[in-house]
Design a protein around this ligand. Structure first.
Ligand code: SER
Length: 314
C-alpha cells in the first residue's frame, strides 16, 4: 500500500496518471500543481493541493502532513519552451528535482519516479535503435537539465539509498490534456486540427522521424516502474519507446480515417531540436528488468486518438 503524491498533476501526463492511480488499490493519491486544475479535471481528482515545487517548505509540509511515501515528480519545462527561457528551465527542472530528492531523503520515502527524456541524447548519439548506455551530449537546455537530473538521481540512490527510478520518455500522444511547449507536440496537435479543421500546418519537416508512445502505454509504464521489484533493477534510468514514425507517415495514417485531411509543412526553430534527437530507441533493458511491453502501434493509436477526441470535442 502506498500514499502517493503527484507533482505537476494538471499537465499532459499527470492529468491521466492521477485518475489511473486513484482507480487502483492505494491508500491515498494526492494531486498537486501550481496551476489550478480546470473544472473537469478537479472533478476527477479525489484531492488537490496547491504546490509550487520550488517552494521547499510547502513541499516538506505536504509530504509530512499526509505521510507521503511515493512521489511522481512530473513538473518540468519541456524542450521548446525551455529554449525560450533557458534560465527558467534550469531553475525549475533542476531545483524542483533537487527539492523532491531532498524531501525524499529527509522522510526516507519508498519511491520517487521522475521522467527523463529522449532529449538527453544529442547529435553525437547513435540515431537509430539508440542504446540505454550511450553518449549523452545534448545541445538543448532541456536535454542538459535531463542529463544533469539523471546524474543527480543516481547520486541520491548511490549516496543515500533513495529509491529513485526514471524512464526516458519519447513524445507522448494523448487526448485529455495538451502537452505544453515540447518538440513532439505536433503529434498531438495534428489530431485536434484534423478533427476540428481537416487541416494542419506542421512545425517539423515531413520526413522527421521521432520516437513516440501512446498515453495508455505511458501510464502503464510509469505504474509498472513504480511497482517493479527493486532486487531485479540493475539500472535506475531506462530508455522507453512505443513506435517511431515520420510526420508524413502520421498524416497518411490519419488520412485513412479522414480522407479530406490535408497537411502543410512549415518547419520552425523546433526542427533543430528534433534533428538532434534519435529516430528510434532500444528499450530492451526496460523489457528485461521490469517486463515493459508497449501495446499501441501507429494504426492502433490513431484509431484510439480519433475515437477519444471525437467523443470529447464533437
Ligand atoms: N516531449 C518532450 C518534448 O518534446 C520530450 O521529452 O520536449
Amino acid at each position: 500500500m502506498k500514499t502517493i503524491l503527484i507533482i505537476g498533476a494538471c499537465g499532459q501526463i499527470g492529468s491521466e496518471l492521477v485518475p489511473a492511480l486513484q482507480s487502483l488499490d492505494f491508500d491515498a493519491v494526492y494531486a498537486s500543481d501550481k496551476k489550478k486544475p480546470p473544472r473537469e479535471l478537479l472533478e476527477k481528482f479525489h484531492s488537490f493541493h496547491y504546490l509550487d515545487v520550488l517552494d521547499y517548505d510547502l513541499l516538506d509540509n505536504l509530504v509530512k502532513d499526509n505521510n507521503i511515501d511515493t512521489i511522481f515528480h512530473l513538473a518540468s519545462l519541456l524542450s521548446a519552451k525551455s529554449e525560450k527561457y533557458p534560465q527558467m528551465a534550469w531553475n525549475l527542472n533542476m531545483n524542483g528535482l533537487l527539492n523532491v530528492l531532498e524531501v525524499g531523503r529527509k522522510y526516507n520515502l519508498k519511491r520517487i519516479i521522475w521522467p527523463s527524456s529522449i532529449a538527453v541524447f544529442g547529435p553525437t548519439t547513435p540515431k537509430r535503435n539508440t542504446p540505454n548506455e550511450t553518449i549523452l551530449q545534448p545541445t538543448s537546455i532541456y536535454g542538459i537539465t535531463k542529463v544533469a537530473g539523471e546524474l543527480l538521481c543516481k547520486y541520491y540512490f548511490n549516496r543515500y539509498g533513495l529509491d529513485v527510478r526514471s524512464v526516458r520518455l519519447p513524445g507522448i500522444i494523448s487526448s485529455e490534456t495538451l502537452p505544453g511547449g515540447g518538440t513532439t507536440d505536433y503529434a498531438v496537435e495534428i489530431f485536434y486540427e484534423a478533427i476540428q479543421n481537416n487541416q494542419y500546418t506542421c512545425f517539423l519537416e515531413k520526413d522527421t522521424i521521432l520516437p513516440m508512445l501512446y498515453m495508455k502505454d505511458c501510464i502503464k509504464a510509469l505504474i509498472h516502474l513504480m511497482e517493479a521489484d527493486s532486487v531485479k533493477l540493475k539500472h535506475r534510468i531506462f530508455n522507453l519507446t512505443g513506435v517511431s514514425f515520420s510526420c508524413e507517415q502520421l498524416a497518411d495514417e490519419i488520412k485513412k480515417h479522414i480522407p479530406n485531411f490535408s497537411i502543410k509543412y512549415q518547419p520552425d526553430e523546433r526542427q533543430l531540436i528534433a534533428d538532434s534527437w534519435p529516430q528510434s530507441i532500444d528499450d530492451s533493458l526496460a523489457r528485461i528488468e521490469w517486463g515493459w511491453e508497449h501495446a499501441y502501434n501507429l494504426e492502433e493509436l490513431t484509431i484510439d486518438m480519433l475515437q477519444c477526441l471525437r467523443k470529447r470535442l464533437l
